[in-house]
Design a protein around this ligand. Structure first.
Ligand code: ATP
Ligand code: MG
Length: 256
């Protein structure tokens, strides 16, 4: 049975996609079978895995609306060595169109059940909103990984996200839990980063991953080559951190 994790944070630009793509590639390096699910109409995870979102025959949109299935739509990422359920801007329409459908929060969950035995991990890259798409991600997942930057405003939105996760846990998906908070784009030279980081540890304890992802330009450059950072420049500090995070995840799921 695959472990399914959402990478979610309703704040924009906090490193969700970078985390999804690089964790997928890091886990693949460790021999894990991974499906990366792009649940964002921006299609950044698709592009970051080296798949051209403008040339898709079909995407997750058709899967959510029941016009196709995961087995037909998935594509293998050569640069990441994992499979991708790709997305593009068409997906924005699903938000509205799903409202009319039965079981609208669980469309992704039902679709992924089809390939459950084929993967060790499924990682869902969520859009920057607490929308119907994100709700589908949360209903499909066993857990949530929350990437966050250690800056003052990072903590502000966190309670909204935590409350949403609690509600989904109570009403729709009893399996759901927060796996952990991942500190990303970390700048060791900034006192504020250190302060927010220790506040997070005090408040959330074990729910804060040990691995810290540094700010590293190689991670930001990699998507323009259609490659996950961990394969674009494996020796860079950013790549090393995501590989370490992959190992931490593999160890952590054994304790769940
Ligand atoms: P959105 O909310 O729009 O989906 P996101 O949360 O998925 O954004 P990313 O796209 O992963 O965030 O990252 C935002 C920007 O920060 C990107 O340009 C990315 O390349 C850059 N970035 C992410 N992580 C790092 C890092 N550790 N070091 C340097 N740059 C980074
Ligand atoms: Mg993104």
């Amino acid at each position: 049975m695959a472990r399914i994790f959402c990478v979610a944070n309703q704040k924009g630009g906090v490193g969700k996609t970078t985390t999804s793509v690089n964790l997928a590639a890091g886990l693949a390096k460790l021999g894990q079978r991974v499906l990366l699910v792009d649940l964002d109409p921006q299609g950044n995870a698709t592009m970051g895995a080296g798949i051209n979102k403008a040339e898709l025959k079909a995407s997750i949109y058709e899967v959510l609306l029941g016009m196709s299935d995961v087995k037909t739509v998935r594509i293998h990422s050569e640069t990441g060595r994992f499979d991708v359920l790709p997305a593009n801007r068409e997906l924005a329409g699903a938000e509205v169109e799903m409202v009319e459908l039965d079981n609208r929060e669980k469309r992704l969950k039902d679709a992924l059940a089809d390939v459950d035995g084929e993967y060790d991990f499924m990682l869902i890259d969520c859009p920057p909103a607490l929308s119907m798409l994100t709700l589908n991600g949360l209903c499909a997942a066993n857990g949530v990984i929350i990437p966050m930057q250690c800056e003052y405003y990072a903590l502000e939105g966190l309670s909204d996200l935590v409350n949403t996760i609690k509600k989904v846990h109570a009403k729709l998906n009893p399996d759901l839990k927060i796996i952990g908070l991942l500190r990303v784009m970390f700048d060791t030279r900034m006192t504020l980063s250190q302060q927010v980081s220790s506040q997070l540890e005090q408040h959330f304890g074990d729910k804060v991953f040990r691995t810290i992802i540094p700010r590293n330009v190689r991670l930001a450059e990699a998507p323009s080559y259609g490659m996950p950072g961990v394969n674009f420049d494996p020796s860079s500090k950013g790549a090393q951190a995501y590989i370490a995070f992959g190992a931490e995840m593999v160890a952590r799921i054994k304790t769940l």
